[in-house]
Design a protein around this ligand. Structure first.
Ligand SMILES: C[S@@+](CC[C@H](N)C(=O)[O-])C[C@H]1O[C@@H](n2cnc3c(N)ncnc32)[C@H](O)[C@@H]1O
Length: 254
């Protein structure tokens, strides 16, 4: 009970998070899609559909040499992460992100969910090697964790000039990011609110804003059935890749 009260106070003191807070309250009265049974079904669906990383990129017509994020950049990030005193969420598939950004030569990228910033690091490193492009990242810090100052800590100073970090929840952060990016994006990485209702809010907005041939990447699709429903309903060209016992979903726009 005390924890709930402290959580409510945390939200009340931060007006930029009000829309998300109201949506969390509203979800208590809506159908719960995030059941254990549904997450088992989603895991099975992802497992059956998973293919090797290289095959997944080929299936989505992403061609070229796959090299992954280099060891030195990872080690530099690890040193920076060690300075953080807060435990945050694990990284997305950094090698996949790095290769996709590099091979597709993307210009505008949006990601949701930063935490230590491993996905941001992979994307920014690839953008800097491409020589163009910007990353718009949306992140609401973990409530009551006091991790605000450490969000994105693994991104070194020399990679920050093309990085716009929007410290808001997905609602309204994704819309702010899209406005700043001029309304259209080439690639997005979704790794924030992974509940069914969180995806229900964010996926359609991000998908609609993707340019033709754009790439949508979502982490942890095994959490619930939203990803599988989204690709089935919209008849989309997708691929699933296993990563550290979890699954990443990719969708390429026609
Ligand atoms: C799994 S971590 C992201 C990891 C990161 N992509 C990486 O590869 O290192 C999830 C992040 O999303 C943030 N988050 C959770 N719910 C959110 C929401 N509704 N809006 C924005 N950020 C959210 C969390 O606070 C956390 O920083």
């Amino acid at each position: 009970m005390l924890n709930k009260i402290l959580l409510i106070i945390w939200f009340i003191l931060r007006p930029r998070n009000y829309l998300h807070f109201f949506s969390l309250i509203k979800r208590k009265f809506l159908h719960n899609h995030d059941t254990v049974e549904n997450s088992k079904k989603a895991f099975e669906w992802a497992k059956v559909n998973a293919i090797p990383y290289a095959d997944a990129l080929k299936k989505l017509d992403i061609n070229g040499k796959l090299v992954g994020l280099d060891r030195d950049t990872i080690m530099e990030g690890q040193k920076l992460e060690a300075k953080s005193t807060v435990k945050m969420g694990g990284s997305g598939h950094i090698h996949l992100l790095y290769d996709c950004v590099r091979l597709l030569k993307v210009n505008n990228v949006i990601e949701t969910g930063v935490a230590y910033g491993w996905s941001s690091l992979a994307i920014l490193k690839a953008l800097s090697q491409n020589g163009f492009g910007k990353l718009y990242s949306v992140d609401m810090p973990y409530p009551r964790k006091k991790n605000e100052n450490d969000v994105g800590i693994v991104v070194p100073k020399n990679l920050r000039k093309n990085w716009i970090l929007i410290r808001k929840p997905d609602n309204p952060g994704i819309i702010s990011a899209l406005n700043k990016a001029g309304g259209e994006i080439d690639l997005c990485h979704y790794d924030s609110d992974k509940s069914w209702w969180g995806r229900y809010y964010a996926y359609p907005i991000l998908w609609k804003s993707l340019k033709s041939k754009g790439l949508f990447i979502s982490d942890d699709i095994q959490d619930n059935l939203y990803f599988s429903e989204f690709v089935r309903k919209n008849l989309l060209n997708f691929a699933v890749v296993e990563f550290e016992g979890k699954f990443v979903g990719l969708i390429r726009k026609e």
